[in-house]
Design a protein around this ligand. Structure first.
Ligand code: HEC
Ligand code: HEC
Ligand code: HEC
Ligand code: HEC
Ligand code: HEC
Ligand code: HEC
Ligand code: HEC
Length: 267
């Protein structure tokens, strides 16, 4: 039976959340669910159809966050979901038979971030911050770090955090190469210190002052004289030093990603 769907179904972690769609878009936390561009005349056919020829992609994609929502299709009962939420309706692509005729009948978002900004409006805002990866400038793309078809969308090999750092290593060899004295903070991922989409701070740092380091290293000791607070690091007082400026640029710990020379990461 054909029913026109007016609901947007989002599988949240625990169950099925049904949101009534008033207009063509709906909002999920920070993500707007916007319908994709369409090729005139094309209709939604559903992911099972894509699986006929793109079997591997579909299999991998099924556990992705992007496989979990549906947008009501404007022209038929099949909602825009799965592959078609980014590629638009696929009927013409499938109808046009021979491989050499596939071109032009399906949207390939390619390296353009607009395809992602449509829904991830908050990300567009982050890439507009003063220090950002040059995605808007066309020098790199979301897909350098995210695999749009992957189950967790992280690029690289191994477990999650290693994979994230791996994705960075393609371009930032200097910060990711092994060293005699590693900064263990890297085990928590580059993103403990860097907002990689964009930041108001230089070098895309999460914080531009010593709080960047103190969140892991500080022991703030309140002495008996309540107004005097000392900062103790590695067992000794650091109070005088932390007033000298940021730990990494005041001449003390300039080798923030690790050092081959010295375990305090001085050089
Ligand atoms: C009858 C087989 C077949 C079906 C079904 C099919 N495709 Fe394709 N598709 C192909 C072939 C062949 C190509 C060209 C070779 C390639 O890039 O893998 C292609 C290419 C593509 C491309 C790249 C186009 C470009 O211009 O770069 C996209 C995107 C795509 N398909 C998406 C889909 C989606 C989404 C579905 C389901 C709605 C789908 N395909 C269903 C066979 C198919
Ligand atoms: C989150 C958005 C998104 C979804 C969902 C999505 N794709 Fe893609 N797809 C892309 C982007 C972006 C590219 C271009 C990748 C690039 O050029 O780096 C792409 C490229 C492709 C290509 C061209 C070959 C390639 O791998 O670059 C095919 C084929 C394809 N997609 C098929 C599919 C199929 C089948 C599904 C569903 C299982 C799907 N896509 C779901 C965003 C998406
Ligand atoms: C049709 C809307 C839509 C489009 C287009 C879209 N996304 Fe998403 N994306 C979502 C939704 C919804 C979620 C899940 C958000 C949530 O669970 O809070 C999501 C989640 C994600 C996540 C987090 C995955 C996770 O496992 O937590 C990443 C990374 C992501 N998208 C990247 C992209 C990239 C890159 C593109 C462009 C190639 C893109 N998205 C295009 C709607 C979209
Ligand atoms: C330089 C690599 C890089 C680029 C480029 C990049 N991302 Fe990300 N993205 C990440 C990393 C790393 C995370 C995980 C952040 C974390 O764990 O704190 C992430 C997380 C996300 C998430 C899920 C968590 C969140 O912050 O909401 C979404 C959605 C997302 N990215 C979308 C995008 C989109 C859209 C683009 C392109 C416009 C993009 N990203 C470009 C590296 C990148
Ligand atoms: C595809 C290549 C590429 C990938 C992958 C990549 N970056 Fe970048 N990164 C760049 C480019 C290009 C710049 C801008 C350099 C410039 O403006 O001189 C940059 C700049 C930076 C900067 C600021 C440097 C400065 O001098 O201001 C930081 C920090 C950074 N990236 C961290 C990361 C992290 C963390 C990851 C992994 C999540 C990552 N990058 C993944 C290409 C990449
Ligand atoms: C403990 C915090 C921390 C972690 C974790 C961290 N960084 Fe950094 N990173 C910094 C600081 C601080 C700077 C600024 C150094 C400066 O200004 O001299 C920086 C600067 C950079 C720069 C710019 C280098 C330059 O010479 O201007 C890049 C690129 C970078 N980091 C990449 C990464 C990558 C990739 C990872 C993960 C493998 C990572 N960072 C993990 C703190 C960190
Ligand atoms: C995510 C948590 C985390 C952050 C953020 C972090 N560190 Fe670390 N750092 C560690 C861990 C874990 C160790 C190894 C254990 C230890 O020595 O405390 C370490 C070790 C060090 C050491 C070597 C100490 C020794 O005795 O060998 C120095 C120096 C250091 N960090 C400086 C910094 C500076 C400067 C910053 C800010 C830019 C910073 N750390 C940010 C977790 C962090």
């Amino acid at each position: 039976m054909k029913t026109r769907r007016k609901t947007l179904a989002v599988f949240a972690g625990v169950g099925l959340l049904v949101v009534t769609v008033v207009m063509s878009c709906s909002e999920l936390d920070k993500v707007i669910i916007a319908p994709p561009d369409t090729i005139p005349g094309a209709k939604y056919v559903g992911m099972d159809q894509c699986a006929l020829c793109h079997e591997k992609l579909v299999k991998r994609f099924k556990t992705s966050a992007h496989a979990r929502f549906a947008i009501p299709g404007p022209n038929d009962c099949v909602p825009a979901q799965g592959c078609e939420s980014c590629h638009g309706p696929g009927s013409l692509h499938i109808e046009h038979g021979a491989p050499d005729k596939f071109g032009g009948h399906i949207i390939n978002p390619s390296k353009k971030p607009e395809a992602c900004f449509r829904c991830h409006v908050d990300k567009q805002a982050e890439f507009n911050l003063p220090y950002h990866h040059p995605v808007r400038e066309g020098k790199m793309s979301c897909t350098d770090c995210h695999d749009p078809h992957g189950d967790d969308m992280k690029k690289g090999k191994g477990v999650l955090i290693a994979r994230t750092n791996d994705a960075c290593a393609q371009c930032h060899r200097e910060q990711t190469r092994p060293r005699v004295f590693q900064h263990e903070a890297l085990k928590d991922g580059c993103t403990v210190c860097h907002n990689v989409h964009g930041s108001i701070n230089q070098k895309m740092l999460v914080e531009n002052d010593n709080n960047l380091c103190l969140k892991c290293h500080a022991e703030v000791v309140n002495t008996a004289h309540a107004r005097i607070r000392t900062v103790a690091i590695a067992g000794g007082s650091h109070s005088g030093r932390v007033n000298a400026g940021p730990c990494w640029s005041a001449g003390c710990h300039t080798a923030m990603h690790g050092s081959n020379i010295q375990h305090y990461f001085r050089y």
